[in-house]
Design a protein. Structure first.
Length: 389
């Protein structure tokens, strides 16, 4: 079959339920001229992170290319900005677990391969294969003959298997990229514990919220000497909070859409108690299923986690070795923290991020993260008292 096709497209995806958690990949090889599927494959790979699963999907797609269409022009499409930019040589590969996978992918990719980022909705077939592999009893989904040698570790000889990576202590590495995550101050919605996301009303800070942020800005003032970058979500409450920090630290403010709060669909503007009363089953399902969209049409935790992963990688690359103060919202801060700690999405509701609180995460050059502070408040309100909302 090699030489039969003039140009082909590989679509690849991978995912982990828990990050790290049970993981699988999907890969599709198409005739570029007709769009017809030449071969496809999905495989469950055990416990891994999203990024490792995405690389495994890429490798499987390149193996399909070698098996069925070697010599054809090749375009590879993925919805992982991280993998696309790393394979294109624009971003460095920091995490030791991904370096051997990237090396393998580069060996398989023919000269002139085009790596293209596509939105998730344009990568549904590869995503379907990954999910079917995760959910199926065999853990493998194949369309067309299975390629020989999928790169799975259980097929490697003992001599071929990589030994465990020996981590380099943080103090022996170059300067980390540090995110100082500040939640906006109180609004009337915050005080009433209403769902208040990107698709609902956009309330401003109240007097308490402005006082909270002024105290936090005073607390952060020594950071000004490091020349940090100050970013904020474009919503009113975060922009107003960032302006207070900017005035105290004498910094310009830049808005970043990646820091937006989740959307909560039909629940926008309602309290938790209202939602539980009106639709208890939907609320309970949302609490237990990270793939369930909030309020029927809002963001799921899975989609939000993907967005925050992309935002994190972009910030780490753009501001490498520097400090970034990011004024944002409850959900983005929780997700960034849980991703740094490699905790499952199911644990997201077991942490608290109070208004005007500060969470600090440092990412080192080898890709590892250290959470230095979580939910820190200059007022010292750390025990869930009346002043903590």
């Amino acid at each position: 079959m090699p030489g039969r096709f003039k140009a082909v497209i590989v679509e690849a995806d991978g995912g982990s339920r828990g990050n790290p958690g049970n993981a699988a990949y999907g890969a599709v090889l198409r005739d570029a001229e007709t769009g017809a599927v030449i071969a496809e494959r999905g495989e469950r790979i055990g416990v891994a992170t999203n990024n490792v699963a995405e690389y495994r999907g890429l490798i499987a797609g390149l193996e399909l290319y070698r098996e069925y269409a070697e010599g054809a022009d090749l375009e590879v499409r993925l919805d992982s900005k991280l993998v696309v930019e790393q394979m294109a040589g624009n971003w460095k590969i920091k995490h030791p677990s991904m370096r051997p996978l990237a090396v393998e992918a580069n060996k398989l990719a023919p000269f002139g391969t085009r790596f293209v980022w596509v939105p998730r909705e344009q990568n549904k077939e590869a995503d379907r294969l990954a999910n079917e592999a995760l959910d199926g009893p065999e853990g493998v989904v194949v369309g067309g003959p299975a390629p020989v040698g999928t790169g799975s570790e259980d097929q490697l000889s003992e001599a071929q298997r990589p030994g465990p990576a020996v981590p380099t202590p943080p103090w022996l590495q170059d300067a980390p990229t540090t995110l100082v995550l500040v939640r906006h101050g109180d609004t009337e919605h915050t005080r009433a514990r209403l769902f208040s996301g990107r698709t609902g009303a956009d309330p401003s800070l109240n007097d308490d919220g402005r006082a909270q942020i002024r105290a936090t800005a005073d607390w952060l003032a020594p950071l000004a000497a490091a020349g940090p970058t100050l970013l904020c979500s474009p919503m009113r409450r975060t922009h107003e909070s960032a302006e207070i920090v900017a005035a105290r630290l004498e910094l310009p403010v830049t808005t970043d859409d990646g820091l937006l709060e989740a959307g909560f669909g039909a629940w926008e503007g309602l309290s938790y108690a209202d939602v539980v009363k009106r639709d208890p089953d939907a609320f309970a399902t949302w609490m237990s299923d990270p793939a369930r969209p909030a309020g029927g049409s809002g963001d799921s935790l899975v989609s939000m986690a993907s967005r925050m992963e992309q935002t994190r990688e972009r910030l780490l690359e753009t501001h490498r070795g520097r400090t970034v103060i990011a004024v944002t919202h409850l959900t983005p801060i929780k997700l960034l923290t849980h991703q740094a700690l490699e905790m499952p999405l199911s644990s997201l509701f077991r942490t608290e991020i109070s208004p005007a609180s500060v969470t600090v995460i440092a990412w080192y050059p080898d890709g590892r993260a250290v959470v230095r502070l979580m939910n820190g408040q200059p007022s010292g309100e750390l025990f869930g008292g009346a002043g903590v909302r």
